[in-house]
Design a protein around this ligand. Structure first.
Ligand code: DOR
Length: 440
């Protein structure tokens, strides 16, 4: 049975307004929201003064590495890092070893997820082994509660197979999510293609490699009529394609990763492999376009693409190093920075980190299947499942890689001052983070 607790003195971020209110949580539910609310005498009191209190964050894009890559991360360590980042739910990507491409592996990860403090949902692979040759048994995974399918790490290169995947997805009522990079165009490039890559002597990975696949997926989703989610968009042109397609009625959502909102290709001049990621860091012009798109609603969500790697995968020449960087523990502060720092709209922050991603992953309502999860991304009202996070706007922590909860250390933000910090996280009614410390 979950504990009783009361969050005192914060500003609650509702869907359409901010209010100075306390929030009472009893047995996993929000049972009171109001000024100076009365709480049971045994309720734990958590200080939320100078903080925003909103629905717990939901990450659409977490690499947990289990099974097979436990040296970099496990379901337990990744979930703990997520809770410290304010997340009450995450979606685990299927590029594990073996891939999450059948009911047995889905069940394994969901079972491990239930041992953590937060809700761990799973994205299933679209193709067997994520090899891009034949469809994975999507129906058996959907029967366990999987609502999102992707070969993330790689896009589905065969357009005919992608069309069939979308047809199955439409029938099953699930979402197809794609990592948009045309491999023939991306080649073995390791940073954004342009004059800088030429000067550095690094092979480029063009913006076009992403945009061609974004255009293809939008055209296929329009033809088939399935729900499409585009992962980690990194260029201004990709966003324009999404906006155009939406005007034509295509059912599409799109996410952006914190690193594409904050970092540029210029960092690759250091040849430090912490800055290698797929799709690659782009230009300042792309960063500016992505920030505008996030603020105006053209982009739906911030999703971390938290990609832990062990040192031996990163301590290599730039061209050979594994792509990817950590993101869970800093996503809130970086999102706030991208949305304008002190002038960022709190309602938009909680839309892009909680409410929209919860809707896209179908986590807004309780699900009792094996993937059984509570409801996320709510309005912070009486009766809601108690998934909440409390963020301190005045805190200015400096990122120290040695203090991360993630098992890996590949953060590109070492030494950077963060514009805010997560103070408490409540998941399924339990305080899993108190005063910035993980409780489990
Ligand atoms: O840089 C990346 N790393 N991009 C991806 O899409 C996959 C990820 C990983 O799994 O390491």
């Amino acid at each position: 049975m979950a504990e009783s607790l009361v969050l005192r003195g914060g500003t609650v971020v509702h869907t359409d307004r901010l209010a100075r209110e306390d929030v009472l949580v009893v047995d996993g539910k929000i049972t009171g929201v109001g000024i100076d609310i009365e709480a049971p005498s045994d309720a734990r009191v958590l200080d939320a003064s100078d903080c925003l209190v909103g629905p717990g964050f939901v990450d659409l894009h977490t690499h947990l590495r289990e099974p097979g890559g436990e040296e970099a991360e496990t379901v337990a360590t990744g979930a703990r890092a997520a809770s410290l980042g304010g997340y009450s739910a995450i979606v685990a990507m299927p590029n594990t070893t073996p891939a999450i491409d059948c009911a047995a592996v889905v069940a394994q990860v969901l079972t491990l997820g239930r041992l953590t403090g937060i809700d761990v949902q799973v994205a299933g692979a679209l193709t067997r082994g994520r090899e891009g040759h034949s469809l994975a048994p999507m129906a058996e995974m959907a029967a366990l509660g999987v609502t999102m399918f992707t070969d993330d790490g790689m896009g589905v290169q065969d357009s005919g197979l992608m069309r069939r995947a979308m047809e199955y997805a439409r029938g099953l009522g699930v979402v197809v999510a794609d990592h948009c990079e045309d491999e023939a165009l991306a080649g073995t490039g390791s940073m954004n293609e342009g004059s800088l890559s030429a000067r550095l002597g690094l092979e480029g990975r063009s913006a076009l490699a992403e945009e061609v696949m974004v255009a293809r997926d939008l055209a296929l989703a329009e033809l088939v009529g399935c729900q499409l989610h585009l992962l980690h968009l990194s260029t201004g042109r990709s966003v324009e394609l999404v906006v155009d397609a939406r005007k034509r009625g295509v059912d599409v959502s799109a996410e952006v990763a914190p690193h594409h909102l904050i970092l540029t290709q210029d960092l690759c001049s250091t040849y430090d492999t912490l800055f290698k990621v797929h799709p690659p860091l782009r230009t300042q012009r792309d960063v500016d376009a992505l920030r505008l798109a996030l603020a105006d609603g053209s982009l739906d969500a911030v999703a971390t693409d938290h990609a832990p790697h062990p040192p031996q995968s990163k301590d290599r020449p730039f061209a050979d190093a594994a792509p990817g960087m950590l993101g869970l523990e800093q996503a809130f502060a970086l999102t706030r920075e991208a949305l304008g720092g002190a002038s960022a709209d709190p309602i938009r922050i909680f839309e892009v980190l909680s409410r929209r991603p919860a809707a896209i992953a179908r986590l807004r309502t309780h699900d009792a299947r094996l993937g059984g999860h509570s409801a996320h991304g709510g309005d912070v009202e009486v009766g809601d499942d108690a998934n909440l996070c409390v963020v301190d706007l005045d805190a200015r922590p400096i990122v120290d890689p040695e203090r991360l909860a993630s098992r890996a250390r590949n953060t590109p933000y070492a030494g950077r001052v963060m514009q805010g910090a997560v103070r408490h996280t409540i998941a399924r009614g339990d305080a899993v983070v108190i005063d910035g410390e993980a409780q489990r």
